[in-house]
Design a protein around this ligand. Structure first.
Ligand SMILES: Cc1cc2nc3c(=O)[nH]c(=O)nc-3n(C[C@H](O)[C@H](O)[C@H](O)COP(=O)(O)OP(=O)(O)OC[C@H]3O[C@@H](n4cnc5c(N)ncnc54)[C@H](O)[C@@H]3O)c2cc1C
Length: 417
C-alpha cells in the first residue's frame, strides 16, 4: 500500500520507519530541510513513561495561579484574543478532576510504556545511537511540603506497577554524584529507574536514514497546502510540489495539524503550548548530571546528552509565536547553575523554543478520522519523544489491518464526540 505521511517530526519519522518495515511504500513530506527541525529538535530528552501524566489534574487550577505569580514562572499565559486558546483552556479545566485524570492517565501510560519497550527493541535490533542513556529520572524536592505531597503520585506509580525509589540526600547523591555540591538545597527525591534519556533530533535523523534504506522517500522543503477530499475519502494532498496521491494519508503535523484539518471539516483540540530549552557544553563531567533531573519547584528538566546538558521547561500560551523570550532563558540558566554550578559553560548557551502539540486531556490522537483513508498521529504534547516508537508501531498495525499490541480505542479522535 502507498502511504503518504504529512510531517517529518519524530512522530512522522517513527511512523515511516515502522510502516516501511511492515512492507508499505512510504513517502514523507515536510516543509523543513530535514527531519525533526521543529518541535522534535531540542526537547528535554526524557523518555519518561514514569511521568506520563496529563497536565490537567485535581488541584491544578489553583497551582497554575501560583505558578504564574512566581519569579521564575513555569507557566505563562498571554491574554490573546484567540478563541481557540480559550476554548482549549476551558476544555483543559474540564479535565481537572480525579475521574478525568484517571481515564486520561490510563490511556497515556500503556502507550508510553509500550513505546519505551519498542525503543529498547529497536536499539537491540539496529544499535541506533542518539546520546542515549537508561539511568532513570530523579525528581528533586526543595521543601518538606513537596516531599510530603508525593503520596498521590506514589499511589499512581504503584497502581501502574512503575518501579520507584524515594531517596534522601545520600541516596540522590549516589545516583547523581554532582549534586553533592548543592545537596543542601534539597530535602529528598523520587527516582524512576525505568525511564530513559536521549537526543530526539539525533534519533529522528538516524531513524530517517534507516527508513530511507528501507525505501522511504523523503520530500523535504515542501509545504503542504491543503487536503483534497471527495466522496467522503481523502483523494490527494496539495503541496508546493503539486498534488500528491496515496492509498492512505497519515497526518502528523504536530501543532499545525488543526490548520490543515479545519478546512475539511475536522476539528481537533490541539493547541500549541510553547516550551523553551537551552543546551550547554559540559565543562567537567564529574560536575554534570548523569541522567535527567526534574526540579519540582521550577518544573524544569536537566538532562545529560553526551557531552552536553539540555535544560527544558516552561509552558507558555502564546499562540504560534516563536519569539525567544530572554526571561525564559534566564529561568533555565538559573536552574542549571543552581543545581550544577560547575557543570556547564553558560557562555556557549544555545537557546531554542518549540510548540508542544497539546490536547486538553494530555492524550495524543492516533487512529482513523471520519474521512476515509485519512489517519492522525498528533497531539503528543509533552510526551512526543516518549511515545514516538509506540505510535509508529500502532500506526503501522492500523494501516496493515492488524490488531495493535495495546488497546488504542482511547486514543482515537472519536473520544471527543
Ligand atoms: C521545551 C520542550 C521540552 C520537551 N521535552 C520532552 C521530553 O523530555 N520528552 C518527551 O517525550 N517530549 C518532550 N517534548 C514534546 C515533544 O518534543 C513533542 O511532543 C514532539 O516533538 C512532537 O513531535 P511531532 O512529530 O508530533 O511534531 P513536530 O516535531 O513539530 O513535527 C511536525 C512536522 O510537521 C511539519 N509541518 C507542519 N506544518 C507543515 C506544513 N503546512 N507543510 C509541511 N510541513 C509542515 C513541521 O515542519 C514538522 O517537522 C518537549 C517539547 C518542548 C517544546
Amino acid at each position: 500500500m502507498k502511504v503518504l505521511i504529512l510531517g517529518g517530526g519524530v512522530i512522522g519519522v517513527a511512523s515511516a520507519y515502522y510502516l516501511a518495515r511492515a512492507g508499505h511504500e512510504v513517502e514523507v513530506v515536510d516543509r523543513q530541510a530535514g527531519p525533526a527541525l521543529e518541535t522534535s529538535f531540542a526537547n528535554a530528552g526524557e523518555v519518561s513513561p514514569g511521568y506520563s501524566s496529563p497536565w490537567a489534574g485535581p488541584g491544578v487550577p489553583i497551582k497554575a495561579i501560583k505558578w504564574m505569580l512566581m519569579q521564575h514562572s513555569p507557566l505563562v499565559v498571554w491574554p490573546l484574543l484567540d478563541p481557540d486558546m480559550w476554548r482549549w483552556g476551558w476544555q483543559m479545566l474540564m479535565n481537572c478532576n480525579a475521574r478525568a485524570y484517571a481515564v486520561n492517565k490510563s490511556r497515556m501510560v500503556p502507550l508510553a510504556e509500550y513505546s519505551r519497550d519498542c525503543l529498547k527493541a529497536l536499539r537491540a535490533e539496529t544499535a541506533i545511537a542518539y546520546d542515549d542513556r537508561a539511568q532513570g529520572t530523579l525528581q528533586l524536592f526543595r521543601t518538606q511540603k513537596q516531599l510530603d505531597g508525593i503520596g498521590g503520585d506514589v499511589a499512581v506509580l504503584k497502581q501502574y506497577g512503575v518501579p520507584f525509589e524515594v531517596l534522601d540526600r545520600a541516596g540522590f547523591c549516589r545516583v547523581e554524584p554532582a549534586l553533592k555540591l548543592t545537596q543542601e538545597k534539597f530535602v529528598g527525591a523520587l527516582r524512576l529507574p525505568g525511564d530513559e534519556t536521549g537526543d530526539c533530533f539525533k534519533f529522528s535523523t538516524r531513524l530517517a536514514e534507516m527508513a530511507a534504506a528501507l525505501g522511504v522517500q523523503f520530500r523535504w522543503n515542501t509545504r503542504i497546502q491543503a487536503l483534497q477530499v471527495g466522496g467522503g475519502a481523502i483523494t490527494g494532498v496539495h503541496t508546493d510540489a503539486g498534488l500528491l496521491k496515496a492509498d492512505r494519508v497519515l497526518l502528523a503535523l504536530g501543532s499545525y495539524s488543526p490548520q490543515l484539518l479545519a478546512p475539511v471539516g475536522i476539528r481537533i483540540p490541539v493547541y500549541p503550548v510553547k516550551g523553551y530549552s537551552i543546551t550547554v557544553p559540559i565543562t567537567e563531567a564529574q560536575y554534570a548530571p548523569e541522567s535527567t533531573i526534574m526540579d519540582e519547584t521550577h518544573k524544569v528538566a536537566v538532562t545529560r546528552l553526551g557531552d552536553r546538558i539540555r535544560v527544558g521547561g516552561t509552558a507558555e500560551l502564546a499562540g504560534y509565536s516563536m519569539a525567544l523570550r530572554q526571561a525564559r532563558r534566564a529561568t533555565l540558566e538559573h536552574v542549571v547553575s543552581d543545581l550544577f554550578p560547575k557543570g556547564g559553560d553558560l557562555s556557549q548557551t544555545e537557546f531554542w523554543c518549540g510548540l508542544r502539540p497539546m490536547t486538553p486531556d494530555g492524550t495524543p490522537i492516533v487512529g482513523a478520522t471520519p474521512i476515509k483513508h485519512l489517519l492522525l498521529a498528533t497531539g503528543h504534547g509533552t510526551l512526543g519523544w516518549t511515545m514516538a516508537c509506540g505510535t509508529g508501531r500502532v500506526v503501522a498495525d492500523l494501516v496493515s489491518g492488524r490488531q495493535p499490541e495495546i488497546d488504542v480505542s482511547g486514543l482515537a479522535m472519536s473520544r471527543y464526540g
